[in-house]
Design a protein around this ligand. Sequence first.
Ligand code: CUA
Length: 368
Amino acid sequence: MDHRFNRWRSFAGALLLLTFFVVAVGCAQAVQYPQSTLHPKGDFALMVDKLFHTTLVWATIVFVLVEGALLFVIFKFRGKPDDPEPKQVHGNTMVEVIWTAIPALVLAMIAVPTVRTIFRTYEIPKGADVLQVEVIGHQWWWEFRYPQLGLTTANELHVPVGRTVALKMVTQDVLHSFWIPQLAAKRDIFSNRSTTLWFKAEEAGDYPGQCAEFCGIQHGRMAFQVIAQSPDEFDVYVGRMKATAVKPAAPAADSTAKPTAAASALTTTTLAATATADVDTMPGSQLFMMKGCIGCHSLNATVPMGIGPNLAGIGRRLYIAAGWLENTDANLAKWIQHPQTVKHGVLMPDLGVTDAEAQSLVAYLRQH
Ligand code: CUA
């Protein structure tokens, strides 16, 4: 008896410890895993989360009842050494009807809200207030176009809080899947037809997104950020992006971000630079053309290019190389100099950019 009691005590102890770890890991998720769908911050994600909880409640009720009944029967009717042979039975219509009807009822309770949510999430929001965004998947970066605003950007999608965003998505090459865990579910992107998705950010913040369909060697580094900001901040962002249509050297494009003195110095040096100048001492604006960057990257948010990511506003982005590196000077220089080392397989070739040239290009890009 003592022996059996001890075994029960260690079993209960282990169960308690396990429960503690599960709860601890569950509570730590908010901090450690920003890509968790369990912390919804948009109406679409909240709907899916609600559905998950409905299912979880039903599943928990079924689990507790079934396992409880099972344990009860196991212990209540456990065999003893001198027990006679139990009575043999063959089928029981009443019991079979009951154990078919109850699961059918439970499934119906889950199916109705599920189907309702599926239809709701596939609706295409309409109205003048809906912010339209075209998403174009590329190996391995994201292009975002705002047709109503005439703007194009890459890897960082700014949206106003409280306004529905309708996405229309295609891919330029292979299949991708667009996923912002905290704002909306994931949805695949195809080359021969467009798919749609919508969300409304309920809270300001930076929300990481990720390609969720294997699309080649750098699939894991095809991330993006959704920056949900107040409508006023969003308007400032739009104004700043529209101003990139002005020649880059004009400091008025963003007087807060661009050091005016440096910008005018740049204009002077640009004008002063001649074809015979040493390449190492060329200003970034000249290098941007000389090295061929301009062949793929637009620095003007109003001109979509589609070959390489649009770089208007690159100076302020949180990440570079599609969410792979933090946007620091050192990382930007490394990325410009050794794209095939940083992210092997990307379209951008190693162009033989020297350290000094990389510094100039970084300084130039920081002003955009
Ligand atoms: Cu794009 Cu995976």
